[in-house]
Design a protein around this ligand. Sequence first.
Ligand code: AMP
Length: 210
Amino acid sequence: MIIIFLGAPGAGKGTQAEIASKKLAIPTVSMGNIMREALATGTQMGLKAKEFIESGKLVPDEVVIGIINERLADDDCKNGFILDGFPRTIPQAQALDKMGIKIDKVIDIDVPDKVIQDRMSGRRVSMSCGAPYHLAYNPPEVEGVCNSCSGKLIQRKDDLAETVINRLKVYHEQTEPLKDYYKSQGILSVINGQESVEDTTALVLGALED
Ligand code: AMP
């Protein structure tokens, strides 16, 4: 099965993608995590992407399309995969089509901007493995420590208030048109993001079974 998770930054798509990934036993390919890894290890691509990521802009299409092309050729993607944070523009979606990738479902997690801005202030990620948490809605078992890798939890620079406003603007301008792109193909399910992760998960898993 090939699934795309769409949604504004902070709508909870990363968390839902991970849950669906475990349930369906297929990997999640998170473009944001690939970017942050490249940034942390200081690769040439990471250095180029740094300025875009930290200011809340999208990394140029040709860069992310090249990355996804390579990643999806890996062995673990043979039986399906979940895309989190890709595509984010129409040219990226068209690139997937050109690669011959047949998408089964697109889940859009819909959350109002105001709620997102409130949520982002509480978002934390593991410094080591990138796992997402929220101080109020999805806290770690031990304060400040990742459940899975014991890494330190930090607030991402791009989760700071002024960057979030910019990321939402970019989302509405460049990513939201993807909803119509996939709606016209009859594969879009819109889920209203709920307050609790569990309630949203129930709706997502229901949509995946349809
Ligand atoms: P995320 O964690 O998915 O919100 O991604 C963090 C940042 O990585 C974004 O704000 C972009 O700067 C960059 N990024 C992630 N995915 C993409 C993509 N598909 N196209 C362009 N830039 C991306």
